[in-house]
Design a protein around this ligand. Structure first.
Ligand code: PLP
Length: 373
């Protein structure tokens, strides 16, 4: 598995799990609703190219990223399927997007006007973003809608092919704010349809909204966190409406094992001191790999058993307390399964008082991704 990596720490990405999750989602959706695979941030840290290919093979028909650069990387990998960029792309960069057939997001009339003046050799496709309550980007008022559609109507450079919004609380236990956004969306859609005759694709749902309200999705749903096998929140996890398979696991190997007398300290600051005679193992992963210092005290798996991280995590190495001597090279699992024991991404997120989205994203590029297919 790790012979050509030149280091014995790696993340494993199970592409079969990605395929399973896409198919599970598709099975929940009405026939007419297609899946956009959200592969921004290097596919939430899993590796955009491989995940995109697997998602498309498994039934997704479009990809979405946050940045134009991320879309260009996919085109360089010879992926020719539609790609939507969620973030604002500077008008200056629109010719590049248009030449690579990349769909952009627009929500400002001045942006459309500026692109219009650029005399592009071919038009750029755009989806219009409506801010119904996320408060991030998107147009909010009827006046803005009318102004931008006027600009688009007169445009030969900008071709409107979709409209969308994003929910802020679809993963919550409380639905009032979600319903408020849904009502706002319905109202804007009604107004839009009264002033725009051409057909457009409509999409509103992220993982949480689409898992919980599949029948309310329009032409597409945008599949992010749950494509990677993680539930968007505890309430959605508890509902278990969809059976997901986690794709990400993280592994290392023992680089060193020693036997210490009581009273010996471990790592910077000498924050851990052995109470008894103890076996201490060292693994080559540290905060430069994204395994941050706050994970001191978290468990890892060795020989199918939990062992704690002891002492401060350093930039490149971490120490663990072992229950017995193990040979150098023994596999250590920081996220994932060994025998009947499992450390879920959610457990690490809880330890760090954050959300599971952040965990695979924070494992740095220095950790090679190995693909299981
Ligand atoms: C606009 C937009 N749509 C969809 C998604 C995917 O959301 P999730 O990962 O919760 O499925 C994101 C992710 O942040 C997003 O920004």
């Amino acid at each position: 598995m790790d012979s050509h990596l030149f280091r014995s720490t790696w993340a494993e990405v199970d592409l079969n799990a990605i395929g399973h999750n896409v198919r599970e989602m598709k099975n929940r959706l009405p026939e007419h609703c297609a899946v956009i695979a959200v592969v921004k941030a290097d596919a939430y840290g899993h590796g955009a190219e491989k995940v995109a290919e697997k998602a498309l093979d498994s039934g997704a028909t479009m990809l979405a990223v946050a940045l134009l650069k991320e879309a260009l990387v996919l085109r360089e990998a010879n992926i020719t399927d539609p790609i939507l960029v969620f973030g604002r792309v500077s008008p200056h960069d629109v010719p590049v997007a248009a030449s690579q057939n990349i769909i952009l997001t627009c929500y400002q009339k001045d942006w459309v006007r500026e692109v219009n003046q650029m005399k592009l050799p071919y038009p750029v496709d755009v989806h219009m973003k409506w801010d119904t309550g996320m408060g991030r980007v998107g147009l909010r008022t009827e006046e803005e809608l009318i102004e931008i559609t006027d600009e688009l109507r007169n445009s030969t450079a900008v071709n409107l092919t979709g409209v969308y919004t994003h929910f802020a609380t679809a993963d919550d236990t409380e639905f009032a704010y979600f319903e408020k956004q849904q009502r706002r969306f319905d109202n804007v859609l009604k107004t839009f349809k009264s002033i725009w005759a051409e057909p457009v694709n409509v999409h509103v749902g992220n993982s949480a909204a689409s898992i919980r309200f599949p029948e309310r999705m329009y032409d597409y749903m945008r599949f992010g966190i749950s494509m990677y096998g993680l539930y968007p929140s505890d309430p959605v996890k508890d509902e278990r409406d969809i059976q997901l398979k986690p794709a990400f696991s993280l592994h290392s190997r023992l680089d060193h094992v020693k036997w210490l007398d009581p009273g010996e300290s471990i790592s910077y600051g000498a924050t851990y001191t052995t109470e008894d005679e103890e076996y201490i193992g060292t693994i080559p992963i540290g905060y430069a790999d994204g395994w941050i210092r706050k994970l001191q005290g978290a468990d890892v798996l060795v020989d199918g058993k939990r062992m704690p991280i002891v002492g401060r995590i350093t930039m490149d190495q971490t120490m663990i307390k072992l229950d017995q001597a193990y040979p150098v090279g023994t596999q250590v699992t920081l996220i994932g399964k060994q025998s009947d024991e499992e450390i879920e991404v959610d457990e690490i997120a809880e330890k760090l008082e954050t959300i599971n989205y952040e965990i695979p994203c924070m494992i740095s590029e220095r950790v090679p991704r190995q693909y299981k297919s």
